[in-house]
Design a binder for this molecule. Sequence first.
Ligand code: R2B
Ligand code: URA
Length: 381
Amino acid sequence: MSFNGVAVENGLKHNGEKNGIYQNSSNHQPHRMTYEEEFSQNYPEVDNLDGVRYPDGSVRLRNPNIELMDQDILYHLALGSGSHDLVEMFGDVKFVCMGGTPKRMEQFAYNIMAEIGHKLPCGTTLQDISHFSYRYSMYKVGPVLSISHGMGIPSVGILLHEVIKLMYHAKVRDPVFFRIGTCGGIGHEGGTVIISEEVVDGALRNVLELTVLGKTLQRPAKLDRRLARELKAMGDPEDPYDTVTGKTMCTYDFYEGQGRLDGAFCDFTENDKMEYLESIHKSGVVNIEMESLAFAALTHHAGIKAAVICVTLLDRLKGDQVLAPKEVLDEWQQRPTKLVSRHIKRYLQMKGRLSLDGHGSIAVKSPRRFKLVQQESETYD
Ligand code: R2B
Ligand code: URA
């Protein structure tokens, strides 16, 4: 396949990439890939953007049944196209950030609010939009959605079906999805930030397998390489930890599926475990977690740019149990969120959409007087 003179075969380019800049073979001028070129690299099976997006960049629904339905109930989000004005509520979304737990995603919402200077009207707080589903939590801070996805491929898969449909109903253009999570490192100590370049399953295949009507399908699990490079560039050389890129393994289980010796069952030896971990390490795997395969496959199928950024909780070449104290784990889990926050802030800055002034939440003019007023209020009985 050829696109704008760039040969593409099986999704691989042959024109020599260097630092994200591609050499144009005719005149050797550095050539930064256009969106269309990156597109043809990511979707060798699709001829043009129309297959996965509408011309204005909004998410094309690849299921004709939805348009024929009277309303679409997004059951696990406690939202619906008949009950809610989804364009009004979500039409301005640009970034969808997902992570495992409701608490972490609430905290992320507050952090990103401070980072991008988003103000809430005085006396209000963020609300969990999906509270009444009792499944996932969802917070909205201006153009950012922060959603918990639970643990494992089935949980993140259900959520992605509904969030992708939400993007379609809300007519969101060119959304960008992030998974911010935790993982086990392979040859990387606890606290290392890992940006996935590729994702593979436990047998090193980069496809999501699912059984539909009794037949097993394979969906390519691809992430956006350019986005991964941009995130890596957001790392601060002063950060007291490493930020690396590499291949992520995604498994269906935390214990036996990740070669742990400490599950309720274990039918292999420590030697078997180490042989396996060393072999996947040799083939480029730098971390193991449990959602990236579905995350990459479903976003890719929907034509949505996506990245996975995780922090390691331990080096699996050295052990199985997560032993770091809670305060340390809490600090480590902030690390990938910082990269994503910097990326979002930079994007909004570039677009002139950063609102660092305005009104809304409590604005302090004089910290000294503010403290006095607070103390006075506290002692008033
Ligand atoms: C990382 O951590 C969780 C298991 O403890 C799982 O959701 C994952 O991918
Ligand atoms: N999450 C995983 O899936 N594996 C680990 O080892 C740590 C966190």
